[in-house]
Design a protein around this ligand. Structure first.
Ligand SMILES: [Zn+2]
Ligand SMILES: [Zn+2]
Length: 627
């Protein structure tokens, strides 16, 4: 297990260091693992504990603002573990707690409407929101007016994100748990045993003194959460309180001074007890969480679970945060991307695939380099099918080390990739298949959703068979080629070029063609949003009018001959320079002619590499000015 960092232990916080139980080391993916695909290794840890079914996997966040892609770790990581367990025949419930009784501590600078459009705080009624600081999210009006509360609005957005990825999660409102009395018994127990609760937590938090009470009532007068409990009556199920100021980061949220009485349904447990309380109340077997929790509330939470509540904490899994185009996600500054936005640019299976990668490694989610992510996914998909074919033809279990001459070249990395694809591809593709094939196994002509959750066992089996058979015919256009097609508006022309370039076979069924070409609109949107080299309109249908002198015409003809026999991007770029030089044409003028011919524009992408990506036939005939 990893050692507690020494600087975590301040003098007052620990008379003696607390030893973490060996099962509670959250960095479960460090060191040797039984499986190549991390989710299978985690699933095995859960099964080692012989859990009751349904096995419960939890995630959760406060619905405090824009739920961005980083937050989706809480759902998608758990999904892959859930699927690994379902693949082993276990029944699994994936729950997601909206920690919506938490108080609003500061105003977010950006919000999002239910369609995922980001708006500035100033565009909603910020004044009304400001008056609600310190109140639970579920007691604050929805700034957009469409849901019952602020908390429900952002919970709905989280739920929608999961739906868009075809992940079956049960949303659980923490406020509902309190209001329905689910935490009552636990609260009474904690108050009865508050000495022990204090003792354990005092090793982790300095503010825990003799006055500390593990319950924060909601003030009946002003609606804010207060931390000042003056008397506890566990048998009566009430506490007395004074509504005092609450420290919230660098500011103070003022209390109203009211003195009152609250029941256990009229307040909340502090997070350090609420989280372990959720494990107990919901019977949680596994929960992934970010590094911040791994160093903070997990060590105390697992200790509280074992030594205060006397329950075993879930199998943990700390995940690394990822960055967005090289910078940390920030809801407050608006450096975020939502699932909705991502799915306009890449297929949902590609996004799910991103989360199959090792959670213990930090990585960047680079919108700018979506082409690389998609290429990576396409290779992953091909590996899966190659393994299937291997397995089918040699009758082995898919192990590629069968002694063929070619197999001796198989490296450890290839073998690992093959093992990961075999385990991770089915859960990655299932929701896509469920959207695209009906219960009779027939392709759905124009699917309304791109992903549909699957929990039914028969449907799962049917979709897995479809993946191995019919879906094996699917075609993926290379993403940058799809982006090139996206530079042409005419759908018929797009299809024509895709066929001419050999990406779509002549005998491809309708659904295969439609599926292949569906990538074009996404790649087009990627080009538009990033303003990259594909964000131009290619004038394929008609050659733009352009005045050329004879020297330029001769140069273009020579360049056409060169392109007809070369496809290296750098060589073509070099040849553009050389050709211009040979004909004494200023290089800027020659490029302008190129942009005019292809885009009817003054400027465009770096021409050589761009022409290399286009279909040769078109490039050559345009350089020759054939109509
Ligand atoms: Zn709403
Ligand atoms: Zn008050």
């Amino acid at each position: 297990m990893s050692d507690e960092p020494a600087d975590e232990e301040t003098e007052s916080a620990a008379d003696r260091p607390r030893e973490m139980h060996p099962d509670d080391d959250p960095y479960v993916l460090q060191g040797p693992q039984p499986h190549a695909f991390w989710a299978e290794s985690v699933a095995e840890r859960i099964l080692d504990r012989d859990p009751d079914e349904p096995i419960v996997i939890k995630g959760g966040i406060s619905p405090s603002g824009v739920p961005h892609l980083g937050n989706m770790n809480e759902i998608v990581r758990g999904y892959f573990v859930a699927e690994a367990l379902r693949d082993r025949g276990y029944e699994v419930r994936q729950v997601f707690t909206a920690d919506d009784r938490d108080p609003l501590r500061k105003l977010p600078r950006k919000l999002a409407d239910l369609d995922g459009n980001i708006v500035e705080l100033g565009d909603v009624n910020a004044g009304a929101l400001g008056r609600n600081l310190g109140k639970p999210y579920t007691d604050i009006p929805d700034p957009f007016g469409c849901c019952d509360s602020y908390g429900e609005h952002f919970s709905n957005l989280i739920e929608r994100s999961a739906e868009l990825l075809g992940i079956p999660v049960e949303m659980v409102s923490n406020t509902d748990l309190y209001e329905e009395g689910e935490f009552e018994e636990l609260t009474r127990y904690l108050l009865d045993n508050r000495e022990t609760a204090r003792e354990v937590l005092s090793h982790y938090q300095d503010k825990v003194d003799d006055e500390y009470v593990p319950f924060n009532p909601i003030c009946e007068e002003c609606g804010k959460i207060t931390e000042t409990v003056t008397a506890v009556h566990p048998d009566e199920g009430t506490v007395e309180y004074v509504c005092t100021d609450m420290e919230a980061g660098d500011r103070t949220i003022e209390g109203c001074g009211h003195e009152g009485t609250a029941t256990f349904r009229e307040g909340k447990l502090p997070w350090r007890f609420e989280w372990p309380g959720q494990w107990q109340v919901l019977g949680v077997d596994h929960e992934p969480f970010g590094k911040d929790h791994a160093e903070g509330s997990w060590p105390s939470g697992s200790d509280v679970a074992r030594n205060v509540l006397d329950v075993e904490p879930p199998v943990p899994m700390a995940y690394e945060w990822f960055t967005l185009d090289g910078e940390a996600f920030s809801s407050s500054s608006g450096h975020v991307i939502m699932v909705q936005d991502v799915l306009e640019m890449i297929e949902p299976e590609v996004l799910r695939y991103f989360f199959t990668k090792d959670p213990s490694k930090a990585r960047d989610f680079s919108v700018e380099h979506f082409d690389l992510l998609v290429d990576d996914f396409d290779a992953f998909e091909r590996t899966y099918y190659a393994e299937k074919r291997n397995g089918d033809s040699d009758g082995s279990d898919g192990d590629s080390a069968t002694g063929d001459a070619t197999d001796t070249d198989v490296t450890d990395a290839d073998e690992k990739a093959a093992e990961i694809a075999t385990a991770a591809y089915p859960p990655t593709i299932r929701p896509t298949l469920a959207a695209r094939f009906d219960v009779d196994g027939e392709p759905v002509p124009a699917p309304e959703e791109n992903s549909v959750p699957v929990t039914d066992g028969d449907r799962r089996a049917q979709l897995d068979a479809l993946a191995d058979e019919r879906f094996g015919e699917r075609v993926r256009l290379p993403y940058t080629f799809a982006a090139v097609l996206g530079m042409t508006d005419d759908p018929a022309l797009r299809e024509d070029i895709a066929r001419r370039e050999g990406h779509v076979p002549d005998d491809a069924p309708e659904w295969v063609t439609e599926f292949a070409l569906s990538r074009v609109a996404r790649a087009r949107e990627w080009a538009r949003r990033t303003g990259n080299e594909f964000d131009y309109e290619l004038k394929r249908a008609e050659m733009p009018a352009v005045d050329l002198d004879s020297e330029t015409e001769a140069a273009l003809d020579e360049l056409a001959d060169f392109v007809a026999s070369h496809d290296d991007p750098d060589e073509i770029q070099g040849e553009i320079y050389e050709t211009a030089k040979r004909h004494d044409i200023p290089i800027g003028d020659f490029f302008s002619v190129g942009y005019r011919l292809f885009f009817d524009d003054e400027q465009g992408p770096k021409l050589g590499p761009f022409l290399a990506k286009l279909d040769d036939e078109f490039v050559v005939s345009r350089l020759r000015r054939d109509e």
